[in-house]
Write a protein that binds this ligand. Structure first.
Ligand code: NI
Length: 141
């Protein structure tokens, strides 16, 4: 029997619906439209986002777990999903204030929201799926 601790990765999948628009306030409306196209639509547009939060770590010998996934679910809900779900990301979300609401920026902001609340193991990856064809991953660098 091998007693060397084993590094494992655990993932919780969550979901939220939210609206955004891609808009750089230092550009003119015409420049925004030229670069971002329909994504700059002033009346916003929505996505059904899937969020994957992955931790890496060693199972605690007392629990057999890296972090209890029920606890991780609650942390994600409190600090991320409740703040984003059915919201306008440009206007309603405190942790996105002053940032361009791209999925790249959202995924980094989600990491920053969650990291202080990870009790065992380390945050490894945040993956945010915007459409069937587009997703972004962030590994904390
Ligand atoms: Ni979009």
């Amino acid at each position: 029997m091998e007693h060397k601790p084993k590094l494992v990765y655990i993932t919780r999948k969550e979901h939220f619906n939210a609206a955004h628009r891609l808009y750089n306030p230092s550009w003119t409306d015409a420049e925004n439209e030229a670069f971002f196209g329909k994504c700059a639509n002033k009346n916003y547009h929505g996505h059904n986002f899937d969020l994957y939060v992955t931790l890496k770590g060693y199972a605690d010998p007392n629990t057999g777990m890296v972090m209890d996934l029920k606890k991780l679910k609650t942390v994600i809900k409190t600090y991320v999903v409740d703040k984003l779900d059915h919201m306008n990301i440009n206007q309603d979300v405190d942790f996105m204030k002053g940032q361009l609401a791209s999925i790249e920026n959202i995924v980094v902001a989600i990491w920053n929201q969650l990291e202080p609340h990870i009790e065992n193991g380390q945050l490894h990856c945040i993956k945010l799926v915007e459409t069937e064809r587009n997703y972004v991953e962030y590994y904390g660098e």
